[in-house]
Design a protein around this ligand. Structure first.
Ligand SMILES: Nc1ncnc2c1ncn2[C@@H]1O[C@H](COP(=O)(O)OP(=O)(O)OP(=O)(O)O)[C@@H](O)[C@H]1O
Length: 798
């Protein structure tokens, strides 16, 4: 609690009245409290806290004395001086660390008499005598004090102390009070101040203070001098740098101009005769570059920007004569078969030629499994049209900036892939292949498909603005052709602008022809084998490679295997082996190692519950085996093999159809309640979905319940409704191919797929006995003849 001034004055009177008793004493380590000034001190030692507690008994009065050795922890009377200050405790505040924060106000300087340590109370105490300082020579004192006040004024100015203190000092009536008021402001150690208090006379008291002031002012003078010196030196350095910089610039000006990169660029840009909009944009950039340091990152960004414009093929158009005969010749020369696709491409080009409006025709999208020649077909189209070719791979593109470019604020920013493609193609009317358009994604970085729309839209693409280039580019003369593996995953808005042309995959006889007429000659040439007689692949060896080393809809792997054989043979030849190589199946194994695929992939006959189904995937058709196992249990249906929701539902439908028909086979339908049914579709880790396994699932269940095996070389594909009707499926071409490839002999399909059967190529029709059926009972009647004779029509009525 803080006491008021009037209270302090009353206390002084009390002291004056009674100086006979002891006062508790607190030893200070490094602070001195002078009369008239308030100071906060931290009190932590036990003896000091005890003294503080005791001060309550003495009107909150406490003696303060500066210990001689500030590092001494427990203070004895001899560690203290003979002069101290009686102070008034104004407030005490305990701190979390156990110390007390105490506000004290010095009251009067005292001589300490009989300082002793009160052992039982554990604190120091002393008797006091009020200390008086007499002046020996009054006139001298006047001189000294005048000088002191004068010095103090200078000191206040030099130290930036508030000048208000000067008027306070002036208001003091006697010299002693003036000096006591000055003392707290003078920056000397507590010990030095203690020496002032210990002076015998007032003259000495004042002289010592004057000496401190003078010394401080002298030091200040030196500091000032040093400061001025440093400043002068710094200014000189700055001046030197500035002059140096000017000299350097003047030298640049005087040099022959070769060093000025910006000016060189300006000349290059001028020579290109860009449009007004581009020229203005670049002039703006040159203006900025002139103000930049060539070593700065911003300069590099600007330079890169200009370089991009210089590299773009503005105004360069290759010959656009559309010669259909030439195109056809080139397509035939590069690719076997694909007649429908080639026709479609020729029609497309014919329309372009006729209408002369290349930007209005829809974009062709070649859809098919990998390795069927989509990419190479586009390259052939470009070549046959005499146009340059560029490829934009869209697979995995998720960021819109990949299409539109990055804004130039980022260091290392680049234009989008389409501008890059134009630069790469070196003309403004190339054929651009949009590769893997079905694998484009979108996420928080924007939707690249929507940016693509702008480029592909004939209404908008004559002025497509890339974020990096910041000016419009004309893409209307570009011929875009897209490729994809699966039509389903092409972004809908893009698909809408495209005309899909399917490449279904090759039949073995087609692969054989492609290998003989295209792949082998090409591989031989690429490997430097000039005489085609040196390595001869006969039909038998190619068929061995096809059957035992590849399993694909396209011919990429086939090409790779042929390449492996040729490479190994070339190595042998270079190592001394001479003679021609006529490949036989045995030699194929020697070069390619143990066969990877053996015979057909169908399971051994005789297994109940195993049915051969067919599936369509983005990489072609596949054999899909369905296995059913019955175990005693409680009627649970367990489905494994990563089946999708639609396929799971097909299994439920199949089970309902089978339960309904069990009685016909003399099987009690109640058995289903006591049986756990496990349906598995290998290969277990590959996700499968779709309704087309409905027939196979139903037959697999029936085969398991009736313990009647179905021959694995009969395959089934088709959806079944709950009433048993067979519904059509897609991808028949690929499925028939996979069936033929796997060794299937007979294929059952829904009647509604008859139109697709007509379109199947001759080898598929020849190699497979294809039957179409309308209802599941028709199939059951054929495969499970032991069923009580009921016609399909009758079963339908049931
Ligand atoms: N009909 C064909 N005639 C001759 N060569 C062919 C034929 N089909 C494919 N090829 C050859 O097969 C290889 C693979 O073809 P390409 O790279 O064009 O496949 P793709 O369909 O584009 O595959 P992806 O979808 O993986 O990009 C190429 O060397 C190509 O020349």
């Amino acid at each position: 609690m803080k006491k008021s001034n009037s209270e302090t004055e009353n206390l002084l009177e009390t002291i004056a009245l009674d100086l006979s008793h002891d006062f508790p004493l607190l030893a200070l380590r490094d602070a001195l409290v002078t009369p008239g000034s308030s100071t906060r001190i931290l009190v932590g030692r036990e003896a000091s806290q005890n003294a503080l507690k005791a001060s309550h008994l003495y009107h909150d009065l406490l003696l303060l004395a500066l210990q001689k050795d500030p590092d001494k922890e427990s203070v004895e009377p001899e560690d203290l001086p003979k002069v101290g200050v009686l102070a008034h405790v104004q407030s005490v505040m305990p701190m979390p660390n156990g110390c007390w924060r105490v506000l004290v106000e010095g009251v009067v300087i005292v001589d300490l008499i009989n300082t002793e340590l009160l052992k039982d109370q554990n604190y120091l105490s002393a008797k006091i005598l009020l200390r008086s300082y007499d002046s020996v020579d009054r006139s001298l004192l006047k001189l000294v004090s005048t000088e002191g006040v004068h010095l103090f004024e200078q000191y206040v100015n030099a130290q930036n102390i508030s000048v208000e203190i000067l008027s306070e000092i002036e208001s003091k009536k006697d010299v002693f009070s003036k000096y006591l008021a000055m003392l707290p402001y003078i920056r000397v150690s507590a010990q030095q101040k203690q020496q002032v208090l210990e002076e015998k006379s007032l003259d000495e008291f004042c002289k010592r203070v004057n000496a401190y002031l003078q010394a401080a002012l002298d030091v200040e003078g030196v500091v000032e001098h040093v400061r001025d010196d440093v400043q002068q030196k710094m200014q000189q350095n700055q001046k030197d740098w500035f002059i140096g910089e000017q000299i350097r610039m003047l030298q640049n000006e005087l040099s022959d101009g070769d060093t000025d990169e910006v000016e060189k660029l300006v000349q290059k840009v001028k020579a290109k005769h860009f449009s007004k909009a581009i020229q203005e944009k670049l002039d703006e950039e040159f203006g900025r570059m002139r103000l930049m340091q060539p070593a700065s990152p911003e300069y590099a960004v600007s330079r890169n920007f200009i370089d991009w414009f210089l590299a773009m093929p503005f105004g360069v158009y290759t010959d656009t004569a559309l010669d259909l005969k030439k195109v056809k010749k080139k397509l035939d020369a590069d690719h076997f078969g694909l007649d429908k696709v080639k026709d479609r491409i020729l029609e497309y080009i014919a329309v372009l030629k006729q209408t002369n409006a290349e930007n209005k025709a829809p974009i062709i999208c070649l859809v098919g499994p990998p390795g069927v020649g989509k990419t190479t077909l586009v390259r052939s189209i470009a070549e046959s049209l005499g146009r340059n070719y560029a490829r934009v791979t869209l697979g995995g593109v998720r960021d819109e900036a990949e299409i539109r470019g990055h804004r130039r604020t980022y260091i290392g920013s680049m234009p989008g892939r389409f501008i890059q493609a134009l630069r790469h193609a070196k003309c403004m009317n190339p054929v651009i292949l949009l590769d893997e358009i079905d694998k484009m994604g979108n996420d928080y970085r924007g939707d690249p498909a929507s940016a693509m729309l702008e480029i592909l839209d004939p209404e908008l693409n004559s002025d497509f603005t890339d974020h990096f280039m910041e000016v419009g580019f004309d893409f209307s003369k570009v011929l875009f052709i897209a490729t994809a593996n699966s039509e389903e995953t092409i972004p809908a808005a893009l698909e809408d602008r495209m005309e899909v042309v399917r490449l279904p995959g090759y039949y073995p006889h087609e692969k054989l022809s492609i290998a003989k007429d295209y792949l082998v000659p090409r591989v031989l040439k690429n490997c430097g084998v000039t005489d085609s007689e040196t390595i001869v692949f006969n039909d038998e060896s190619i068929q061995t490679i096809l059957k035992e080393y590849t399993r694909e809809a396209g011919v990429r792997e086939l090409e790779r295997q042929i390449e492996t054989i040729v490479r190994k043979r070339v190595k042998e030849t270079l190592m001394g082996k001479s003679g021609k190589l006529k490949l036989t199946p045995k030699l194929v194994e020697k070069y390619l190692g143990v066969p990877r695929f053996m015979g057909n992939r169908l399971p051994k006959p005789g297994h109940c519950g195993v049915i051969t189904g067919l599936a369509w995937t983005s990489v072609g058709g596949e054999i899909l085996l369905i296995e059913t196992k019955l175990l005693s249990g409680r009627g649970h249906l367990l489905l494994t093999g990563k089946l999708g929701d639609v396929m799971k539902e097909s299994a439920q439908i199949a089970l309902s159809l089978v339960r309904e028909r069990l009685q016909r086979f003399g099987v009690d339908p109640a058995i289903v309640r006591k049986t756990d049914i496990h349906i598995h579709v290998p290969e277990g880790a590959v996700p499968k979905d779709g309704p087309s396994a409905g027939i196979a699932l139903t037959l697999s269940l029936l085969s398991a319940f009736t313990r009647t095996p179905v021959s694995p070389d009969i395959a089934f594909t088709g959806e079944v409704s709950l009433s048993g009707d067979l519904l059509p499926i897609g991808g028949l071409n690929e499925k028939a191919l996979a069936a033929l490839d796997a060794g299937v002999k007979t294929l059952y399909l829904p009647t509604q797929n008859e139109k697709d059967v007509v379109e199947l190529p001759a080898p598929a029709k020849k190699g497979l006995k294809i039957h179409t059926k309308e209802h599941i009972d028709e199939l059951i009647a054929i495969l499970f003849p032991q069923a009580k004779k009921k016609t399909a029509a009758k079963a339908k009525k049931d």
